[in-house]
Write a protein that binds this ligand. Structure first.
Ligand code: ADP
Length: 239
C-alpha cells in the first residue's frame, strides 16, 4: 500500500513538472511570436512605400498581435496576483448586460469575419470586479474562436432566474470529451499532447476563469452543444 502511495505521488509530481515545462515552452513561444510578427510588420511599413490597402492590412495584423500579447500577459499577471492574494478584488455594483454587450462589440470589431450572436436581458446587475469578469469572458470567447472552425457562429447569452445569473458561451467546434470536462479547468492542462495540438495556448485560460468564477460566488462548467461543440456556463448564485 505504501509503495503504491509513493508511486502515485512521484507520478503526480513528474506530471506537474512536465506540465510546467510545457507551459514555459508555450509561454515563450506565445510571447515571442507576436513580438516577432509585430516587429516585422513595422519594419515593412518603415522601409516600403505600400499602397493604402496593404498598409491598413499590416496595421490591422499588428494590432491583433498586440491584442494577443495583451490577453496573454493579463492572464499570467492576474493568475499570479490572484494566487499570491496581492490582487484586491473590487466589489462594485456593475451592469453585467452592458459588460457583455461591450465585450461582444469589441470582438465584432476585432474579428469582423466571425459570426457573433448575442442573446441577453438588459440591466442585469451583479456585484463584482469589472476587470476580472472581462478577462473571464475574453478567455471563453477566445477559446470558442480557437477551438471551432472559422465559418461557425459563436453565441453568447446572459439570463437571470430566481436563483442565478447565467452567462453562456457556445461554439460549434469539436466539443470536449466527457472525461476531460473537469480536467480542462486545471492549471496548465491542455487536451491531447504537444505533438497533436495545433491551437496555440498555455493551459492557463480556463484555470483563471475558474478562479475568477469562484471569487464571484459562481460555478463554471461545460456541457455539449447540439449538434456539436461546447457550452461554457458561468452560473452566479444570487444571495
Ligand atoms: P489553452 O487554450 O491556452 O490551451 P485553456 O485553459 O483556455 O488553455 O483551455 C484548456 C484546454 O481546454 C484547451 O487546451 C483545449 O484543449 C480545451 N478547450 C478549451 N475551450 C475549448 C472549446 N471551446 N472547445 C474545445 N476545447 C476547448
Amino acid at each position: 500500500m505504501g509503495a503504491g502511495f509513493v508511486y502515485r505521488a512521484v507520478r503526480r509530481q513528474l506530471k506537474t513538472q512536465q506540465q510546467q515545462q510545457n507551459f514555459m515552452m508555450a509561454v515563450t513561444h506565445e510571447l515571442k511570436t507576436p513580438i516577432a510578427v509585430a516587429k516585422l510588420n513595422l519594419e515593412t511599413l518603415q522601409k516600403h512605400q505600400l499602397d493604402e490597402t496593404k498598409r491598413q492590412k499590416l496595421i490591422l495584423m499588428t494590432i491583433q498581435e498586440t491584442n494577443r500579447l495583451n490577453s496573454l500577459t493579463n492572464n499570467i499577471l492576474v493568475s499570479s496576483q490572484l494566487e499570491g492574494s496581492s490582487y484586491s478584488l473590487s466589489k462594485e455594483e456593475l451592469n453585467m448586460s452592458d459588460l457583455v454587450k461591450g465585450t461582444i462589440t469589441d470582438f465584432k470589431s476585432r474579428f469582423p469575419l466571425r459570426e457573433w450572436e448575442l442573446e441577453k436581458e438588459d440591466d442585469i446587475e451583479l456585484t463584482g470586479d469589472t476587470l476580472l469578469l472581462t478577462i473571464l469572458l475574453n478567455n471563453l470567447l477566445e477559446n470558442a474562436m480557437k477551438y471551432s472552425p472559422a465559418g461557425k457562429p459563436i453565441t453568447c447569452s446572459l439570463h437571470k432566474s430566481n436563483q442565478a445569473i447565467e452567462l453562456k458561451v457556445s461554439d460549434e467546434g469539436s466539443g470536449i470529451p466527457d472525461i476531460e470536462k473537469k480536467r480542462i479547468f486545471d492549471k496548465f492542462y491542455r487536451i491531447g499532447n504537444e505533438a497533436t495540438r495545433t491551437a496555440k495556448g498555455t493551459g492557463l485560460g480556463l484555470y483563471l476563469c475558474k478562479k475568477i468564477a469562484s471569487d464571484h460566488n459562481a460555478d463554471i462548467f461545460v456541457t455539449d452543444n447540439t449538434p456539436s461543440g461546447s457550452n461554457f456556463i458561468v452560473s452566479f448564485k444570487i444571495r
